[in-house]
Design a protein around this ligand. Sequence first.
Ligand code: F7E
Length: 318
Amino acid sequence: MKTALVTGIAGQDGSYLAELLLAKGYRVVGTVRDVHKTSDNMSASLMSRVELIEWDMLDQKEIVDIFLRNKPVEVYNYAACSSGEGMFDDPVGIGEINGLAVARMLKAISEVDSGIHFCQASSSEMFGDAVGSPQSVETPFKPRSPYGAAKLYAHSMIRIYRQYYGLFVCSAILFNHESPRRGLNFVTRKIAYQSAKIKLGLANELRLGNLDARRDWGFAGDYVRAMWLMLQQPHAEDYVVATGKTHSVRDLCEIAFKHLGLDYRDYVREDANAYRPAEPVELVGNPEKTIKQLDWAPEVKFDEMVKMMVDAELQKLR
Ligand code: F7E
């Protein structure tokens, strides 16, 4: 039985990947900050099938011990500060977790078992004020936040360990990916949750930032499948994981409220104070290489995903 180690297993992506790996017959070991803290993303049945361990991401010796004790053949790094809203907060802390911790893992792999296959959740935020659109693995990086800069440091270290140390390590450059397991601080879940509350008479309005902000939004379950495929290839390479299509926050509202038989214009209020700094170039991924080389395609369409998220909120609230 192959062992996979998933850091940040209790998050959205970790829980979807754990389910995929278990279905494929892996032993799944996951790292969390606190093994006693429960996560809404991990059902009781999932909890009973994975092994949870704590990892303080600042500790180099601990990650070496974790690799030695568990002998993973595949490692997926999902542990990160991931909030879009918090991209400028705590630059040093973000640098430690989203950047340096990855260098710790790479060093540990080279010391313990250079045959381990490693996949990093890189981010489209590395493109930042993008120099071209759509963005592919060839597009130069120009991060616009400490978050993007830290992810770019990790991304660069992965390329260095692949090219100069010969490790099978790669990055999935992930564009926004969502699901009912998303945190409430992300716009998709915020809209799904609040629109369901309005439908049930538990709220009257939804306050958002820029309704015309556009993103390339995909379904998290599809994106973890791409990352698993990346580690099954004969060579390690980086890939863009995206749908190649953008929608606005307004589109999201329209679909969510319409699904509930409501008109978003009656409930959604735009709050100029919640605007983010201007985004001159649209972030939209070019997934061509991923589709061709990995024989991958996003299966859940944007409107299906929004409806899935709204239905999940309705069910929970009821
Ligand atoms: O914002 C706009 C906001 O916070 C999406 C993370 O996974 O993807 C994610 O980061 C858009 C932005 O995600 C509200 O201005 C409008 O344009 O859901 P978000 P994000 O910042 O794009 C990237 C790829 C990552 O790597 C990150 O880890 O929606 N927006 N009104 C709003 N956003 C929020 N959160 N709340 C609003 O009220």
